[in-house]
Write a protein that binds this ligand. Sequence first.
Ligand code: PLP
Length: 365
Amino acid sequence: MSNDRPLFFQVMQYADRADGDVINMVSGSPDWEPPAALREGLVEYADSEPDAFQYQPSEGLTKLRAEIAERRGVELEQVVVTNGGAEANYLAMAAALERSAGDEVLLTDPVYPYYPRKTELLGGTPASIPVDADGTLDPAQVRDAASEETAAIVVTTPNNPTGAVYDEQTMRALVAIAEDVDAVVISDEVYDHFDYSGTFTSALAVDSSHRIVTNSFSKSMAITGFRVGYVVVPEELVDAVQTRHMLVNVAGSRPAQYAVLQALRETETAYYRENRERMRARIDAFTSGLERAGAEYTMPDGGFYVLARFPDFPGTLENVEQLIDDVGVAGMPGEAFGRTREEWIRFALLSPRSEEAAGRLAEYF
Ligand SMILES: Cc1ncc(COP(=O)(O)O)c(C=O)c1O
């Protein structure tokens, strides 16, 4: 297992050290307010008796698990509250690899970079399935690639980095393939509140013991620093997932989970809608700048990211650094996401200056 620092940290560091004024479009951290009830929950927690500052049940605050279970239409036992979507994905992949005779994990290309590295960390073998130019995943290709060696099929919807949203038909087809080869679909749905297409379908809509859903409050509540996510597992995997979670963490952060519970209960849908609308407006403004720059780009159906390809300017680390120095706009090199988008640069539209960034790019190219 190599310990090389992900490209992400290299680019962040380069942008931080740059002399000029840099608009940072590298990181996936929202720049807007969390729900008001979340702040209130935290303040309230600060005044608790000392016993509230001690361990909570390993699998998470029971009331939070119950709230999640009710909203997701699953049993309480199936929900484990995790240290963000990151741990949820780790637990899901570990459980899938443990239950399977095979060690292969099917991923897409482009891919969220942590999946292949987590697969290797867990002793699995990553394999890639390319997606179409617009990010569409063709289940027929997944079927061709799947075999008895396959332990898991990992998908992200809405997708990072393509912005694709997989519809119900795709989710059903993926779960059916997992059932046929005795594997598990792991559906990472951390961007589920940012579906602009209206076609998002959670894997939970497909009733099967061959699917695991991972999710998080990092993006939906703008709290990437809180580290609260969850995994929904089929009954037969509950024990393995709870045990690994307990042995690694003992338990999660109780104040953070308490505040999330308050926010889940009290936040109106308008909060989520406003965040979604803000992102849509940013997408429109940013892509119109890309249009002026003569770039090719993806129009996301969901999530936070736009991929762009500039004329004669491949998305290498070197060129990304050049953009930071010359234009003051920082994105992520496409090579971070696999082989198929090496020419592209990913921009996270999580800066209020997204439109200004697009203006700078339009002027430069
Ligand atoms: C696809 C995907 N999954 C998981 C995560 C991690 O989320 P969390 O902060 O909940 O660990 C991210 C963060 O950017 C992501 O893009």
